[in-house]
Design a protein around this ligand. Structure first.
Ligand SMILES: Cc1cc2nc3c(=O)[nH]c(=O)nc-3n(C[C@H](O)[C@H](O)[C@H](O)COP(=O)(O)OP(=O)(O)OC[C@H]3O[C@@H](n4cnc5c(N)ncnc54)[C@H](O)[C@@H]3O)c2cc1C
Ligand code: SF4
Length: 360
């Protein structure tokens, strides 16, 4: 039996899980597919993270990355993934394969999967009623495209390099959509749209910003720090309506849909349209579920078996799943579930050891 815990995925959840396990005194092997740690906030170059207070994303992520890279109890494998895992609680054998093809076999006692999410691809319209023109119109962006522009403090119309007069966000793109089969709320996109709207208004005070939403879901403290702040302090316009089509007219984009408050068709001209794309399980999450024979829950994320009372235990003893690998999650959710999994991964091994000593 070994005390080592394997963590797969070095995003916010995997980093916090690694730190938690190490703080409890167990060695950690952390395997990350990218050549760097930090998950989507680093890979997609987020500008600010909100929680709900704004913080430079790179700086905030360093608070998670540094304790891991400074800790000699945590061995990090970058540009690598786990290609096989056999055995049982206390004695799993994992094969770690690097991008260059080298393999290493390690023995670990328990496993935490933190392989996260991918952003919905708005070019995927099969089965959908919406026509957003993402791949056809350069001025149609996603939240992540805009994050990169905000990070560079350079928000311009990609088609002509000019400062936009009017920018709008279309909410629930790829989420809450039964025709697509994505029957979940992605939880963060309302708050992120409000955050980005505030950042645009601060950067470009003459640019008007609109958010088209079905319901605005800014839960907990995100309500006043993001939603009310966007509206009251930054004059962001919130329009309850369903946008179904984006077309080009001259050098403008036209958003067509329905203003549901007024129950009338809507047609508005914009310079930039931002699609608030939701979350889907990442390919890595699906691959790990497949390799470990873990069932998925009804929406396609890794299934955990304890409901709200145990959010991290999978059907396989000794294997836990956290963060956005188990469903749409913000940073707070991801960090909280990572802490819980660290505790459970270590306690499962301690209980096994105690029962072995007691001769059970
Ligand atoms: C545009 C946008 C902005 C956001 N801004 C905020 C915000 O301001 N505040 C907030 O609270 N939340 C925000 N979020 C949500 C936040 O990004 C997530 O909560 C968080 O990234 C989830 O962390 P995670 O570690 O579970 O997953 P991820 O960030 O997806 O990390 C998963 C990691 O696992 C790795 N991986 C995947 N497959 C494998 C594999 N097979 N082997 C090894 N490694 C693998 C990936 O490379 C990645 O590093 C935002 C989301 C979006 C879309
Ligand atoms: S958070 Fe907002 S935009 Fe995202 S899916 Fe939920 S309601 Fe739609």
């Amino acid at each position: 039996m070994t005390n080592t815990v394997l963590v797969i995925g070095g995003g916010p959840a995997g980093l916090e899980a690694s730190r938690g396990v190490s703080d409890l005194g167990n060695p950690v092997i952390l395997v990350e597919k990218n050549a760097f740690l930090g998950g989507n906030p680093i890979a997609e170059r987020y500008a600010m993270l909100t929680g709900p207070v704004f913080r430079d994303a790179e700086e905030a992520m360093q608070d998670l990355i540094k304790p891991v890279t400074d800790d000699s109890n945590i061995k990090v494998h970058l540009s690598s993934t786990v290609t096989a895992l056999d055995g049982e609680l206390g004695n799993f054998t994992a094969t770690i394969t690097s991008e260059s093809g080298t393999t290493e076999s390690v023995t670990v006692g328990s496993v935490i999967i933190a392989t996260g999410f991918k952003h919905f691809d708005p070019g995927y319209t099969s089965g959908a009623q919406q026509h957003w023109g993402y791949y056809e119109q350069p001025d149609v962006l996603t939240l992540t495209d805009l994050e990169k522009m905000l990070k560079d403090k350079n928000v311009v119309k990609p088609s002509n390099g000019k400062v936009p007069e009017r920018v709008c966000f279309i909410q629930c793109v790829g989420s809450r959509d039964r025709q697509l089969g994505n029957q979940w709320c992605s939880k963060v996109c309302c708050g992120i749209a409000c955050k980005q709207a505030i950042e645009i208004r601060e950067l470009l005070p003459d640019t008007r910003v609109f958010i088209f939403y079905i319901d605005l879901r800014a839960y907990g403290f995100w309500e006043d720090e993001l939603y009310w702040r966007a509206q009251e302090q930054h004059n962001v316009n919130f329009v309850k309506g369903v946008a179904t089509e984006v077309i080009k007219r001259g050098d403008k984009l036209v958003v067509k849909g329905e203003d549901t408050t007024m129950s009338r068709p809507m047609e508005v001209e914009m310079d930039i349209v931002v699609l608030s794309v939701g979350m889907e399980p990442s390919q890595g999450t699906l691959d790990m579920a497949n390799m470990l024979h873990l069932p998925l829950e009804d929406h396609g994320y890794i299934k955990t078996i304890g409901g709200p009372l145990n959010t991290t235990q999978t059907e396989r003893p000794g294997v836990f799943a956290v963060g956005a690998a188990v469903g749409p999650a913000d940073l707070e959710d991801s960090i909280s579930s990572a802490g819980a999994a660290a505790m459970k991964a270590v306690s499962a091994l301690r209980k096994l050891k105690l029962s072995a000593v007691a001769g059970d």
